[in-house]
Structures are given as C-alpha cells and as structure tokens.
Design a protein. Structure first.
Length: 102
C-alpha cells in the first residue's frame, strides 16, 4: 500500500461471500489477486453453499458436470496462481459451464 492508498475494509451482516466479492474488485483495481479457491476460474457459489457455510464454501466445477457435494472446498483455501483469474474471466467460465450442463 502506498501512502496515498486507503486501506481496504469491508463488513457484512449476511456472510463472508458478501465481503469477498467487493474485496476481489478492490484488489483487482490495484492489480492484485488473492490466491484463494473462491477466485479460481471454476469456482461457483450457490445459495445453498452460502447458507451451509456462511459464505465460506464454493464448488469447483467442470464443464458438463453438475455440482456435487464432494466438490465443495473452502473459499479461502489456497489456490495456484495459474487457476486464479479476473472476475470477468470467471463469470464467462461459469456462464459456459451452466450452458454445458443444460
């Protein structure tokens, strides 16, 4: 953080997912990425996953395959740098994944 940058702070009364998305945007605006499962290309969060994990669980999905309980991972678990993409790239992958499952 440079002397002119303000600290990034967020809060939520709902769950952690509500905080992770604006955190991602703030980091991306600074050219940074958080290397966690939630920001992987193939990370998908359903409303049920949010409710069951207070927003700390996500599915790692594969094209043509529906979500399964055994694909839930910790959203804040570490992820390889090559698997973490921008919000736009992730949204496109998830859109294509949803189409592949229909």
């Amino acid at each position: 953080m440079t002397p002119t940058e303000k600290p990034v702070t967020f809060s939520s009364t709902t769950d952690y997912e509500e905080v992770l998305l604006p955190l991602r945007r703030a980091l991306e605006s600074r050219g940074l990425r958080l290397l966690c499962n939630r920001f992987r290309r193939n990370a998908f969060v359903s409303s049920m996953a949010r409710q069951m994990s207070d927003g700390l669980g996500c599915y790692l999905v594969q094209p043509g395959e529906p979500v399964r309980p055994d694909t839930v991972v910790s959203s804040l678990g570490s992820a390889p740098a090559e698997d973490v993409v921008s919000e736009a790239e992730q949204e496109e992958f998830i859109r294509l994944w949803i189409d592949s499952c229909n």
